[in-house]
Design a protein around this ligand. Structure first.
Ligand SMILES: *Cc1c(COP(=O)(O)O)cnc(C)c1O
Length: 303
């Protein structure tokens, strides 16, 4: 269940890296699965095994209207003989992501922002006494999620001086840190939180660590907050995709790759070093941001 074999690593061929004798690699978790993309396939792996073991065949989870996690859960459920329900925040809407969720058989329930805040409360209200229902936290956050992400490290064919990874709940980063300390590696982890008030994330990460380890926490790459962007970031993403053929999105991986270039520029990542950026997937997030990338096309009514 949700075992797809190691994702490839790919070296980035960019002139400014070569000049500085920098090796930059990308762990292509975005290629693991088109819909159970990136870190979501890793985070869901042990949750689905746990649900199957408990004979609970109905996955219940939570997400925003453009949530990679909702789509991943819907697809993982369909592929493995589970039912799925997704609580979505806000007014009922239709969009490309939710269309895919529905096609995968997910029962979507829209709830007010206030109700959405209390996930356990929602679960109890709708599924009290339902022994088939299995609760999955928003973003598949938590211990079992982190356990799956340790496999990012065990798959690596070589050592790196630095690893850079985007961070939403901290689960993926915690798994990587646990994986590295199990192997006693001295790789520097650079955590790139994608939301604004990210102080609480350090606690979340530390809470999932099997033993305390150090990491670099770069809180300056959120571009205004969750799913917020500016022209600078959009411009960076467009150029990066056109140059490498690797899709990155403005919510997560765009910010992580932006951090890569900036940390090199600032000398935090020094000449001669090797760096691995984790492509955590989520490229469907681009679908919600057409206007941000090409507003001029919209104004000509080409949509
Ligand atoms: C969900 C997601 C993340 C956040 O991962 P956490 O484990 O919650 O920190 C990062 N990148 C992408 C593409 C995601 O979809």
């Amino acid at each position: 269940m949700l075992s797809y074999g190691p994702s490839p690593i790919q070296q980035l061929d960019i002139a400014s890296f070569t000049t500085k004798n920098l090796q930059v690699w990308v762990k292509r978790d975005d290629l693991i699965h088109p819909f159970i993309s990136g870190n979501k396939s890793r985070k869901l792996k042990y949750l689905l095994l746990d649900a199957a073991q408990k004979n609970q065949r109905h996955l219940v989870t939570f997400g925003g209207a453009f949530s990679n996690h909702l789509l991943a859960t819907a697809a993982a459920a369909a592929e493995n003989g589970f039912r799925s329900t997704g609580f979505a925040r806000g007014e009922p809407v239709q969009n490309d992501m939710l269309l895919l969720c529905r096609l995968m058989g997910m029962d979507l329930r829209f709830v007010s922002r206030e109700d959405y805040r209390d996930k356990q409360g929602l679960f109890y209200r709708y599924f009290f006494g339902d022994t088939d229902a299995y609760f999955i936290a928003e973003g598949a956050a938590g211990e079992l999620g982190a356990l799956g992400c340790e496999e990012i490290v065990t798959e690596l064919p070589r050592d790196f001086d630095h690893i850079i990874c985007a961070c939403g709940t901290g689960t993926t980063v915690s798994g990587i840190l646990n994986g590295l300390s199990a192997q006693k590696k001295h790789t520097r982890i650079h955590v790139v939180p994608i939301l604004k008030d990210s102080g609480f994330l350090k606690e979340a990460i530390d809470g999932l660590l099997k033993s305390p380890v150090e990491y670099n926490f770069h809180s300056a790459y959120h571009f205004g907050g969750y799913a917020k962007t500016d022209e600078h970031l959009i411009d960076f993403i467009k150029k990066f995709i056109a140059k490498t053929g690797i899709l990155i999105d403005p919510v997560y991986t765009g910010k992580a790759f932006y951090a890569l270039f900036d940390l090199i520029e600032k000398g935090v990542i020094k000449e001669g070093g090797s760096t691995l950026v984790i492509h955590t997937g989520g490229t469907f997030g681009l679908l919600g941001m057409r206007e941000k990338f090409f507003p001029q096309i919209l104004s000509k009514k080409h949509r």
